[in-house]
Design a binder for this molecule. Structure first.
Ligand code: ATP
Length: 234
């Protein structure tokens, strides 16, 4: 479904991605793990068209999207839920969800999608008239994911969904991610929380300073001594 081949991304003189290649099959959850600054967010931003690679190619459903503008990438079905829960703070929960559906104009279906989000995230229904900025961290993360789902993605790019959340909420968010995947959305998951990410992923890649240093099934990575020592607290 997604083929990423030889990404080289620079910020001025900083060489952030040094030949990143990986793939994701339809229906999979694939985890990209690595510490701060490894290049995880840059990888997602390059796939969604916000950053450009100097070399290589990104193919989605067989088509080269390396030069495709970000809004067209969204229309093709790749939706990024950004790090830090960047919801629209001054807008209400309902308005945030409507923004997520901006590429659609089938009003009835949008209403149905919104109802589905409220069924899936009951807290959002309770708070639907509140502005995004007044929600707790966990609620904002749920809103960010729900807003992404309103676009009806084929592939969801999730950037650090567990960041800043209490352990119980982290578990809840990961159950939601698994459920989204079971209903047919493929997921590329970027996480510093390697344990949680690999516990729900099919496969994973380990990034270090802009390079993929390891790839394997999630089960094998969870038992890999390098991963255990560097990312699972020994
Ligand atoms: P984090 O979890 O902290 O976001 P990451 O693995 O997602 O880490 P990136 O944010 O992709 O890593 O950063 C990769 C490298 O690129 C780092 O060395 C970082 O300092 C650098 N970098 C990222 N964004 C910029 C920027 N806007 N300007 C300059 N350098 C940047």
């Amino acid at each position: 479904m997604l083929e990423v081949n030889d990404l080289n991304v620079y910020y001025g003189a900083i060489h952030a991605l040094k030949g990143i290649s990986f793939h994701l099959e339809e229906g999979e959850i694939v985890a990209l793990i690595g510490s701060n600054g490894a290049g995880k967010s840059s990888t997602l931003n390059t796939i969604s068209g916000l950053l450009r690679s100097r070399t290589g190619e990104i193919k989605f459903q067989g088509e080269n999207i390396s030069e495709t503008p970000p809004d067209e990438i969204v229309r093709r079905g790749i939706i990024q839920v950004p790090e830090g829960r960047r919801i629209f703070a001054p807008l209400t929960v309902t308005e945030n969800l409507e923004m997520g559906a901006y590429i659609h104009n089938d009003r009835v279906q949008i209403e149905q999608d919104m109802e589905e989000m409220f069924n899936r995230f009951p807290r959002l229904r309770e708070r639907r008239k509140q502005t995004g900025g007044t929600l707790s961290g966990g609620e904002q993360q749920m809103l960010a994911i729900a807003r992404g789902l309103m676009a009806r993605p084929k592939l969801l790019l999730l950037d650090e969904p567990s960041m800043g959340l209490a352990p119980l909420l982290v578990e809840q968010i990961f159950e939601i991610i698994q459920d989204i995947n079971k209903r047919g959305t493929s997921i590329l998951l970027v996480e510093q929380n390697a344990q949680m990410a690999l516990s729900i992923a099919d496969r994973g890649y380990v990034l270090e300073t802009g390079k993929i240093i390891l790839e394997d099934s999630a089960d094998a990575l969870l038992e890999n001594p390098l991963v255990i020592n560097a990312y699972l607290g020994g």
